[in-house]
Design a protein around this ligand. Structure first.
Ligand SMILES: [Zn+2]
Length: 1147
């Protein structure tokens, strides 16, 4: 190779010796046609492109140019140039654009030569700057002349010209020129001609080439307008219908779909404002606008559509940029990583949290005197769930826990001796009026509510009575009661309500407490105390009735071939064939009068219940509906979660639903995830299940944009459509559809009631306190769970006080209901009578905030609280007014730290919408610095690797958990999350975010399955098991504990999990917004202009095929001179045609 280079340089400097040149060209051709691209890259790295360009310029100077040199040279240039990223610049530097252009012009009448010139032209034009120069100098006119009018003569030349034109049109100035000269409609006509005449699909490349021209031209606004004006949508939409059935034509269908999507006229969402239907006045003088605007502006600016060339370039390099940004986000300032910021509040304030640790001042003097009481409670717990020994509560293993509540009087809870302690500790607390409603009065309210729920007393003084959305026994009955418009007409004591009550009583009779850890009575009682902005009057049936995990797992949905393009084309059809469009609003939260729920042949929608958030439903066609979700309260964004009721369906008809205002760039809905559905008829027949449902699911960018007016001054934000089809299981059923298994605030509160009732108070220490009131006036519960001391002997009480803390919380993001199901599993396990749970309680004191954002959950938000803030970005400096739950959770953690009791483990449960499996995010200085490529001085930075132990244990014990998905990096954008703040400010080594997928697992036991509530709950209980193993591994344990553990656990394996220095850095799992973009490739974005045509493998093939078709081409041309030239030109390809001596001389 080296020798060759020397020879090359030498000979081309004195490029007079034609034989020498021919020899070199043929040797190069041979070398480069063999093997891989590595040889070409070697040639490029040694200045091959420049040398070939010089040779071309010299060759072009000879008049007339010698085709025997020119043609092999052009072929080499095309092949080398396409691999050379800087070829365009080199061409311009060598001032070769004019040479190539004039060569092309000279050969217009000679198709073989012309084709060669066009190849090189195309390669040059793939660089936008070089393409622009070529365009200014008349390249497009030239090419247009070659390709029009339609003719099947010289098809190879036509193809080369079209592909060169497509490359030129990547330059926006060329596109503008092309539109101004009327080429766009010319290209459309030409495309139609080729489409109609290519019946046997022999010219797919030409057709696709023309489409690529159109695709590039329509990257500019002027192009899109002209395309629409030239009936481009109709022409392409109509033509593509003939192509759908033939898989060979996929490249054509794909490109047509891309053009149609891009040119579909942009529209604002069919809403008066995208701002949430619900607004909430914030305390103080804080404007409700404030919290969301900052981040929103930034978001929108990044996402603007624009027309400039730089953006185009930026687009092409997007992948690189994103990769860099991720690393850039890592915190690399060692001082910042190691710093421990001071308190964010006056130290005196911490005193108030002493009251939240009643366990530390409890004397347990009552232990012995309570023995009688205990015996009783032991009796009564016989039938309760906590007595059954099992890991994962399931229908089979749990005896009916509701049995007792039916007959029990509500006052029993009130006479519980434990409540005295409650009162005492509360009185001594300095929680002041921050909590407007004291625990005591709340306790009473619940007792009352439970009483009411149990006895169904008519009490018109009650603020509101709840009705579950029931199955209408008669349509008229339903109308009277549940039509929200008629609400005003429902008067107390009118007789209507007693009818409702009757039905409820019947229903509850029927229910028979079939669902473990759920009581409809408790649910109603709790729901009555739940405060929502819209003042809900209805209960969603599934929340009230309860859910049982189905007995089988659901595999992930296979993505059907072409589902996205079919849906997209169906959307485009609205524009082109509007004949079957209905376009009627059938549900509107903002304008209830517009809703026409009783229109014939139309579904009835409803979502004014806890966690419901449907804002608008539009019947598009007979069986197709566009749905719009409500934005988070006080914001105009964060659409992802959905939960609504639908009724009045026909049997065996697939209904198509499109949720048209999604915002995430990508979704697991493209990778096997289904939504969930609950059928009331099924539930009443004994199958109360949320099931994965929906087929033909796809998630893609649509034509809706956030208009300047609606977006509050921002523009250009894109929306995405989640589309799915559903065949409902019953005629005229009432069904509920949701993003994920719903779990409301009332569900959580009533679950806590059930747990408290079901535990064994002799063994389980349980305190439920109010952490604080939320902005919306709901209580945020704080739980303390541990084991009662063995006795009141000082040793036992001492052991009790000294147990390390574990701090758990969930649901800071209201749309992440999976986090609540995991928490449900954790709680049920913690209070259970499972011997492992028993041991675990003896090892730790658990502090748990099971729902950090009750208001968000209640009002159907996805991400934020009522202040419009993402609460998991407020941990650095939470506001006591705006973010009370965060402020006080942090306060409690400060307090624990101040008394030397910072938790051993802190974990915040979340849901992850873009990844599979369950995994942890933790914090490590060293891993962060390593990942960022910083030099780490291990002598200076010492770090306990104990943060890896828990995830490693989980990897072994929890089937849904995957260690490889975990990450321990500290990102700048995450400095205000709970995980990072608790790690940094509280000094908690094991501070984690636990992310549970909405979708399913790609590893382990559940591989290929979507997760159900049972698997999520199991995750919660396995987390507890892992904590016990962590304790045994990392903390000094009494012999007694170890002996018990050895009995219970098959610890051989678990306990010997050693800290093998197994450093697998999962840099792929960097969290960018908790949910990084999905790595899986899918066409969900039409805006990028890189789509495979930059790949020249086709051109390579064409050049390789050159030999075989030269003869045919000559026939086509019917020019004898051409034939002669061709044969001559071919000679250059064969060394054997050259004098042997000269060959030997060089090699
Ligand atoms: Zn989250």
């Amino acid at each position: 190779m080296c020798r060759l280079r020397r020879i090359k340089r030498k000979s081309w400097q004195s490029s007079c010796d034609k034989d020498v040149l021919l020899n070199i060209l043929s040797v190069l051709t041979d070398l480069l046609s063999l093997g891989t691209g590595r040889r070409i890259h070697y040639v490029i790295s040694k200045g091959g492109s420049e040398a070939l360009l010089q040779a071309l310029i010299s060759a072009a100077r000879t008049k007339p140019p010698d085709p025997s040199i020119l043609l092999p040279l052009l072929r080499l240039l095309a092949r080398v140039g396409q691999q050379d990223r800087k070829f365009g610049i080199k061409v311009q530097k060598a001032e070769a654009t004019d040479v190539i252009l004039s060569l092309t012009k000279q050969n217009l009448g000679h198709h073989l030569n012309l084709t060669h010139c066009l190849w090189v032209l195309r390669v040059c034009a793939s660089n936008v700057a070089a393409g622009t120069t070529l365009g200014i100098n008349g390249a497009m006119e030239l090419l247009f002349k070659v390709i029009t009018p339609y003719s099947k003569q010289h098809v190879r030349t036509v193809r080369a010209a079209i592909e060169a034109l497509a490359a030129l049109l990547k330059s926006k100035s060329n596109s503008r020129q092309a539109v101004n000269r009327g080429y766009l409609s010319g290209l459309l006509r030409l495309y139609q001609d080729w489409h109609h005449n290519d019946v046997s699909n022999n010219y797919i490349y030409i057709r696709r080439g023309l489409l690529l021209c159109l695709k590039h031209i329509t990257n500019i606004q002027l192009g899109r307008e002209t395309f629409l004006g030239s009936r481009g949508m109709e022409i392409l939409f109509t033509s593509v219908q003939d192509c759908l059935s033939c898989k060979n034509l996929d490249p054509i269908v794909t490109t047509v779909t891309q053009i149609l999507r891009k040119c579909y006229p942009k529209e604002p969402l069919p809403l008066v404002t995208v701002r949430s239907s619900y607004s909430f006045p914030l305390p103080g003088n804080i404007k409700t606008e404030r919290p969301c605007m900052g981040s929103e502006d930034k978001l929108l600016k990044d996402d603007n559509e624009s027309d400039t060339e730089e953006d185009m370039e930026k687009d092409l390099n997007k992948d690189d940029v994103e990769g860099k940004e991720e690393d850039y986000d890592l915190e690399t300032d060692v001082n910042k990583l190691r710093s421990r910021p001071g308190l964010d509040r006056p130290e005196e304030e911490l005193g108030q949290y002493e009251a939240m640790c009643p366990e530390l001042s409890h004397s347990f003097q009552e232990l012995d005197s309570e023995s009688e009481e205990d015996k009783k409670s032991e009796d009564r717990t016989e039938n309760l769930p906590s007595t059954s020994s099992h890991f994962i509560p399931s229908g089979n293993s749990v005896k009916d826990p509701n049995h007792r509540w039916r007959t029990q009087s509500g006052t029993e809870a009130g006479s519980d001796p434990r409540e005295k302690d409650f009162k005492a500790s509360l009185q001594s607390s300095i929680m002041k009026e921050k909590c407007s409603r004291s625990l005591i009065s709340e306790q009473r309210e619940i007792v009352e509510a439970v009483q009411n729920a149990n006895s169904y007393e008519e009490d018109s003084a009650k603020s509101h009575t709840f009705s579950p959305c029931l199955l209408p026994k008669e349509a008229a009955w339903y109308k009277k009661i549940f039509n929200p418009e008629c609400e005003a007409s429902v008067e107390p004591n009118s007789g209507v309500r007693s009818e409702t009550t009757e039905i409820m009583t019947d229903l509850l009779e029927e229910h028979q407490g079939s669902i473990p850890f759920h009581s409809p009575h408790f649910y109603i009682a709790r729901a009555k105390c739940t405060k929502s902005i819209p003042a809900y009057r209805d209960l969603a049936f599934p929340d009230f009735w309860g859910h049982q995990p189905p007995p089988y797992g659901t595999p992930m949905l296979d993505r059907q071939y072409g589902v996205q393009r079919d849906k997209v084309l169906d959307d485009v059809r609205r524009l082109i064939q509007p004949g079957d469009l209905i376009g009627r609003t059938v549900f509107d939260l903002d304008e209830p009068s517009l809703s026409s729920p009783d229109a014939p042949c139309c579904l009835t929608f409803f979502s004014k219940f806890e966690s419901g958030n449907l804002r608008k439903a539009i019947q598009v066609r007979e069986f197709e509906y566009d749905l719009i979700m409500n934005a988070d309260v006080n914001t105009n964004q964060h659409h992802q979660w959905f939960y609504f009721e639908v009724r009045g369906m026909k049997l065996a008809v697939p209904y198509r639903f499109n949720i048209i205002n999604c915002e995430k760039l990508n979704s697991q809905f493209n990778y096997g995830m289904q939504l969930v559905m609950y059928s009331v008829k099924e539930a009443l027949q004994g199958r109360p299940h949320w099931l994965r449902a929906g087929h033909d699911i796809s998630y893609y960018k649509n034509h809706y944009r956030c208009s300047a007016a609606a977006g509050g001054g921002s523009r250009g934000k894109c929306y995405y459509t989640l589309t799915f089809s559903i065949k409902f299981p019953h005629e005229d059923d009432v069904c509920y559809l949701a993003y994920h298994y719903p779990y409301t605030y009332s569900a959580m509160m009533s679950h806590l009631d059930v747990l408290e009732q079901s535990r064994n108070p002799r063994k389980v220490y349980w305190r439920q306190q109010t952490l604080c009131q939320t902005l919306g006036g709901n209580t945020c519960p704080l739980l303390t769970i541990t084991a009662m001391p063995e006795s009141k002997k000082s040793d036992d009480v001492e052991q009790f006080y000294n147990r390390p803390y574990v701090f758990l919380m969930a649901r800071v993001h209201p749309g992440e209901s999976n986090a609540s199901w995991v928490m449900k599993g954790t709680l049920e396990f913690l209070v259970s009578s499972d011997p492992i749970a028993d041991l675990l309680r003896k090892c730790f004191i658990f502090k748990i905030v099971p729902m950090l954002n009750p208001d968000g959950v209640i009002n159907g938000n996805h991400r934020c609280s009522l202040s419009g803030d993402d609460l998991n970005r407020q941990w650095l400096t939470p506001s006591s007014q705006l973010h009370p739950t965060i402020y006080h959770t942090k306060g409690l953690l400060y307090y624990l730290r101040s008394i030397g009791r910072a938790p051993l483990v802190f974990c915040d449960y979340h849901g992850h919408s873009q990844k599979k499996n369950v995994f942890l995010y933790g914090c490590s200085i060293k891993e962060t610095l390593w990942q960022a490529g910083c030099m780490v001085d291990t002598a200076v930075i010492t770090e306990d690797v104990g943060y890896r132990t828990l995830p490693k244990i989980l990897d072994k014990v929890a089937p849904a958990f995957v260690m490889n998905s975990c990450s321990f990096l500290v990102e700048k954008s995450r400095v205000s999350t709970a995980r990072v703040v608790v790690w940094q400010e509280m000094g908690v080594l094991r501070s984690y975010t636990m992310e549970s997928t909405y979708c399913g697992c790609s590893h382990g036991l559940y591989k290929g399955l979507q997760l159900g509530t049972q698997e999520l709950e199991e995750m919660g209980s396995k987390f507890c098991l892992a904590l016990l193993i962590l304790h045994l591994k990392s903390l000094p344990c009494s012999k007694k504990v170890m002996a018990q553990a050895a009995l219970l656990l098959d610890l051989e394996e678990e306990i010997t999990i050693t800290d093998r220095a197994q450093r697998r850095y999962s840099n792929s799992s960097l969290e960018t917004e908790d949910e990084p973009p999905c790595a899986e490739e899918i066409d969900y974005n039409t805006d990028s202009c890189s789509d495979g045509e930059g790949d020249f493998s086709e051109l390579d093939q064409e050049i390789q095929e050159c030999l075989s078709w030269v003869e045919g081409e000559a026939e086509d041309e019917g020019e004898t001179t051409g034939q002669t030239c061709s044969s001559k030109a071919l000679r250059g390809l064969y060394i054997s045609n050259q004098p042997a001596s000269s060959t030997q001389l060089f090699l």
